[in-house]
Design a protein around this ligand. Sequence first.
Ligand code: VTB
Ligand code: MG
Ligand code: MG
Length: 360
Amino acid sequence: MPHPKSTEEMMAAAGPIEKNLSLSLLQITEAAAVASAYQVGKGDRKYADHVAVEAMRRVLNHIDMKGTIKIGEGERDEAPMLYIGEEVGTGNGPVVEIAVDPLEGTNLAADDVNGSIAVMSMAEKDGIFYGPDIYFDKIVVGPKVVLYEKKTGDKIDLDAPVLQNLTLVSKALGKNIEDLTVVVLERDRHKKIIADVRAAGARIRLVPDGDLLPGVMTCFEDSGVDMVMGAGGSGEAVLTASALKCLGGKIIGRLVLPNAANEKSEDEIAKELAEKLPRLEKMGIPENEISKIRETNDLVPGKDVIFAATAVTDGPFMKGTKLLGDGDAYMTSILTGSSGVVRITQSIYVKDKENKSFSV
Ligand code: VTB
Ligand code: MG
Ligand code: MG
């Protein structure tokens, strides 16, 4: 689709999901964010997650749609709510597939550290990949790198030396390698990537949790994040891909089965494989296809894609949800869709408007 030029053309480019469900998406992530905001700093990550899941599910079921959870809280036998395959919505309205992470960065929320969000995406039928509960090793870059790939034919390559990929990104962005910032989750499994990025001279922002929003940030030129590297949850990768699809960025990676690099013993690895391989097969991923390279469109094949994230704690381009007393809350979100519209919104929920004035 050529890039739409006017607001009118952009509106026309929006599919039925974007037209009809964008604001609902925002209400859903906002509800989850408010629920978990009450648990910020309370030290109980499981409970903070639980209330976010409950709130998200309650609101989801008020929305006129026939939704199926593709990325959720786990499989039916292990998650009571928002399990993979769960049907949500009133059952009337568009057929949609849904990816959720009601509280992404549960530790961040429990400890009141920057970067936790309530996040979800939607697309039409067969629009979202079933992300199994194994890691997805990845590289995430913004639209300028995608454009550079198209122009030159050179491509980001997951298996290439780190320096080669950094060189490509530096050329695409017109920056020295020394001035690039790469976000990496602080994990032992990333020791080699961290060492290689540093040896190349680039900057690393190590994050304790939450490399989803940094992936979205690669699409904003002044965000300070040029690239994300390393293995994280595959659900988070699909959610990142949803945003990248709307914003023009790119994710490339592969699912990784448990192995020694994940700090596991041989016994643990064997046990996990015995449990995971049949699950993967059931999800339509046979053993010989597990580790194939997957890109944005494999993770999110949909065309009518929408993505929303509401900040629970403070974070990039968003202030965390603030509790104003008496159940009132104030929050910032990012909402974006395939037509190209990006909204950074602020919402205030005032319970008793006759007795309260408010400011932001
Ligand atoms: C990543 C990151 C998440 O989990 O998915 C990571 O994006 C992977 O899990 O924010 P490990 O903790 O096992 O490395 C989070 O940090 C938390 O969901
Ligand atoms: Mg979660
Ligand atoms: Mg998560």
